[in-house]
Design a protein around this ligand. Structure first.
Ligand SMILES: *Cc1c(COP(=O)(O)O)cnc(C)c1O
Length: 465
């Protein structure tokens, strides 16, 4: 067909819309796609067609139905969010790029209930009058950690911002040179201090800070002593810093609060899982730290949130600060966090029900068995794989020096290279992310769910068919 003739015969948007109506496609699509977006997709498809004709890429004009098909595919493609499920075969449990912690099913169903319905977010059913959103969580958080009082904000970075703004503004906050953490993004302790209107008073050296270093720096401008957990790095060898209890005693002596940014903040002792050097929140509470903050979606295994614990007078002050309103959490976070914290009333139960803890606690034997199960599933789809021992990580900037002994399947890439295999699995949905180690493509079963197994087997079947 002549180029001009093809251009002339391109159907009109309305013709395709009518065809979509008549064939029932419109009704099927508009359950999830607004009609205006369908119209836009048709217009874009026709524009692309015109471009192809002008470029001389087409010798025949496609049929109207084929053009509509392509427009529908385009509409569905555009409807898909870029925030999608991935299968995490990296063995990194708290993978920050892949969404950190998975929520327990109890937390997910609590989120769904408050998301789909009106709720008692700020309503007291006993009195029939206004209630407080803090009531749903603060007492539970205080009781599971043993703290006097508690509150929750958007994330731990927000918690540190609020605490330093409320407690350090206009004065000096003393911190060890070994603890001037950068946690990624632009969150760096010295810069946060400036942002909060505090003067950072660094003491000690990178590897050694003594109690007298803090004491010598205390003066009339001092507002607080800050301890930061070096969650994503470790200073080892010739190194020293005062114990938390000593720091608290020093604070008491000078009537200064001790603040601690705990980073991950585990509520259970992870040494039973072979993970060392990660302090628990309860240890800090017991040591008498005045204000403690940590993340909701790291080792706690809940939603993104910043949890703050401490002495009642300080927490009350934080709650009254103008930033508190700007940093507050929404009802879905409250719902998910409450279910997560509720599980910790019984740590053994928490270890079974909170996915992060379940993954971290999986035994070598269990992981090996699951790797064998995955290998068999792959074999069923004609894909060769071996079960191999490997090493994963906790992730999320936690336990940086600790590798987790784990088990994986090493997939035989056939005619592909390991990189090509990785790409073939990564790009289509559900996106499967593995790890390449010594030229082998590995899927670590610690971070895979049973649902993931069948998704991987089906996808690999398609790759090698
Ligand atoms: C991760 C981390 C933070 C930030 O926590 P988010 O919840 O990600 O905002 C702050 N301080 C330390 C020491 C951390 O490890």
């Amino acid at each position: 067909m002549e180029r001009q003739e093809m251009l002339r015969k391109i159907p009109k948007v309305d013709e395709l819309l009518t065809l979509a109506e008549e064939t029932g496609r419109m009704a099927a699509m508009t359950d999830i796609i607004p009609p205006a977006a369908v119209r836009d997709a048709i217009r874009d498809e026709l524009e692309a067609l015109r471009g192809n004709i002008l470029a001389g890429d087409l010798t025949e004009l496609p049929e109207k139905k084929a053009i509509l098909d392509a427009a529908c595919t385009r509409a569905y493609g555009e409807q898909r969010s870029s925030l999608r499920r991935v299968v995490n075969g990296t063995g990194v449990v708290l993978h920050t790029n892949l969404g950190r912690s998975l929520l327990s099913w109890q937390a997910v169903s609590a989120v769904e209930e408050v998301a789909r319905n009106y709720s008692t977010l700020e309503y007291d059913v006993d009195s029939g009058s206004r209630g407080s959103r803090h009531d749903h969580i603060d007492n539970l958080l205080a009781s599971v950690t043993g703290a006097e009082a508690a509150m929750v904000v958007n994330n731990n970075a927000a918690a540190v911002l609020l605490i330093l703004s409320a407690m350090g503004k206009g004065g000096e906050v003393i911190t060890s040179r070994g603890e001037l953490v950068e946690i990624g993004g632009s969150f760096r302790i010295p810069e946060i201090m400036t942002q909060c209107g505090c003067t950072l008073r660094e003491v000690g050296t990178t590897n050694k800070t003594h109690l007298f270093d803090y004491e010598d720096a205390i003066g009339p401008e001092t507002r607080a002593l800050l301890r930061v957990h070096t969650s994503n790095y470790r200073i080892v060898g010739f190194s020293e810093r005062p114990g938390l209890a000593e720091l608290v005693e020093l604070g008491r002596k000078h009537d200064l609060p001790v603040i601690e940014d705990l980073g991950s903040g585990s509520l259970v002792d992870l040494t039973a899982f072979g993970i060392h050097g990660e302090p628990t929140v309860q240890q800090s509470v017991k040591a008498g730290v005045d204000v403690i903050s940590f993340s909701g979606d790291k080792l706690l295994g809940g939603p993104q949130a910043g949890l703050i614990l401490g002495k009642r007078a300080y927490i009350e002050k934080l709650k009254r600060h103008p930033l508190a309103r700007a940093l507050r959490v929404d009802k879905m976070t409250i719902a998910a966090l409450r279910e997560t914290l509720y599980a910790y009333q019984d740590p053994a139960w928490a270890k079974c029900n909170i996915p992060v803890l379940r993954m971290l606690g999986a035994s070598g034997e269990e992981l090996r068995g699951r790797a064998e199960k995955l290998r068999l599933a792959l074999e069923g789809f004609g894909c060769a794989a071996r079960v191999v021992e490997t090493e994963g990580q906790v992730g999320g900037g936690s336990c940086p020096t600790q590798l987790l002994k784990s088990w994986a399947v090493a997939v035989d890439p056939g005619k592909l290279t390991a990189d090509q295999l990785a790409e073939a699995l990564r790009r289509p949905y559900p996106h499967i992310i593995g790890r390449i180690s010594q030229g082998q493509y590995l899927l670590d079963v610690r971070t895979l769910t049973d649902d993931d197994f069948s998704a991987i087997a089906r996808r690999l079947g398609e790759v090698f068919w």
